[in-house]
Design a protein around this ligand. Structure first.
Ligand SMILES: Cc1cc2nc3c(=O)[nH]c(=O)nc-3n(C[C@H](O)[C@H](O)[C@H](O)COP(=O)(O)OP(=O)(O)OC[C@H]3O[C@@H](n4cnc5c(N)ncnc54)[C@H](O)[C@@H]3O)c2cc1C
Length: 352
């Protein structure tokens, strides 16, 4: 039986292990931290899912994620993971990337309406849509139950006989002609390895051109009038993007600036508190975009992006027997069931 070691139990490693296990492989999944840790990219209870993207290839991928991959995961885990009722709105100045988003969704025929700001204010009275002439109303969008997905996948993998070992810090991976040796607190032998190490990716796949960037996220209370039908949203500014979404438990909005970072990036090994300045800057933008502004700030947290040029994903063979899937540019949760499937299929085909 083919044995595959998956390094990293974030959403990408879990989805890859899920597909490998369904294909019949023996899977050993290791992570340097315990389940539920908040040091990487996949913690927290919710994420946005959407069709709207600037690149039509991602719009197409998202149609498949919504029609096939997330329903498959929901059926396997036996619970609802995608909350679609809230939709999402995309807005911003005409000189920004708005037009490219509108073109991409129209080209693919995704369920997204392009409407003027007056119509958008009628549909979503909590928003001012200040500075935006046109708005995309993405009817395929919603909120993913990210925490439930992570917990459900771990349970599913355990039931399927996948060995989950943590804490297990992988020091390096040695490729041999007939397999790989994973060096950590003990040595593991496998036929292939998949590295899904998120912001730590460069340590195990030094060739990956990625920049880890610490994100600063706030949670604001929604005034009761806004708590009902409140969509996820993305403001497409000039060289800057902000986003927000309702929380799954309700009554609050999670929002942040989508930070690409600078220079070599931030060190995920260093602990850092959420930046009050960064959160204050987000709050001042929320006051522009929401009638009456947001409610009080409830809490703050940090999270890591693993950015690649152009928000691309970097996934592929980084050794004869090592596949890396770890540069996910801050928007990979919604796509992980598909990128995990692709990683699993690439390894499985080479194994045969
Ligand atoms: C604030 C924030 C908001 C986001 N919002 C959205 C959104 O709305 N929609 C969306 O689709 N996406 C969103 N994303 C992006 C998405 O969450 C990430 O792209 C995704 O979680 C990346 O998962 P991952 O598995 O690649 O990395 P991670 O979750 O970081 O997992 C990597 C794992 O590898 C382990 N590891 C690393 N090195 C080693 C080693 N040497 N040995 C053992 N284990 C190791 C780590 O401990 C970690 O558990 C957001 C991200 C952030 C930070």
């Amino acid at each position: 039986m083919t044995t595959i070691a998956v390094v990293g139990a974030g959403i990408n490693g879990l989805c890859t292990a899920f597909h490998l296990s369904r294909q019949g492989a023996r899977v050993v999944l290791v992570d340097q931290f315990e389940a539920g840790h908040a040091r990487g990219s996949s913690h927290g209870e919710e994420r946005i899912t959407r069709s709207s993207y600037e690149d039509p290839r991602w719009v197409v991928d998202m149609q498949r994620c919504h029609a096939v991959e997330w329903p498959l995961l929901e059926a396997a885990l036996g619970e609802m993971l995608v909350y679609r009722g809230g939709d999402a709105v995309f807005f911003g100045p005409e000189a920004g990337p708005f037009a490219a988003y509108a073109r991409a969704v129209a080209e693919v025929g995704a369920p997204v309406d392009e409407i003027d700001a007056a119509e958008a204010r009628k549909r979503f009275p909590a928003f001012t849509f200040a500075g935006s002439a046109r708005v995309l109303h993405d009817r395929s969008a919603g909120v993913l139950a990210a925490g439930a997905t992570m917990r459900g996948l771990c349970r599913w993998l355990e039931r399927a006989g996948v060995e989950l070992r943590r804490p297990f810090v992988v020091d390096h991976i040695e490729s041999r002609a007939d397999g790989v040796e994973i060096a950590g607190p003990e040595r593991l032998s496998a036929d292939f390895a998949v590295v899904a190490a998120g912001p730590w990716a460069r340590r195990l796949a030094p060739g990956l051109a990625v920049r880890p960037a610490r994100q600063h996220v706030g949670y604001w209370q929604l005034p009761a009038a806004k708590a009902g039908h409140f969509p996820a949203w993305v403001h497409l500014g000039l060289g800057e993007l902000h986003y927000g979404l309702p929380t799954i438990e309700g009554g609050a909005m999670k929002a942040a600036f989508h930070d690409h970072g600078a220079g070599p990036g931030d060190d995920p090994g260093e602990d850092g508190p959420p930046s009050g300045d960064a959160i204050d800057a987000v709050e001042s933008r929320l006051c522009e975009w929401f009638t009456g502004g947001p409610g009080p700030l409830l809490r703050r947290e940090t999270c890591f992006y693993t950015n690649a040029e152009g928000d691309r994903f970097l996934a592929g063979w980084t050794g004869e027997r090592v596949y890396s899937l770890s540069a996910c540019s801050g928007h990979a949760f919604k796509l992980a069931p598909l990128t995990g499937r692709r990683a699993a299929e690439a390894v499985w085909l080479r194994a045969r």
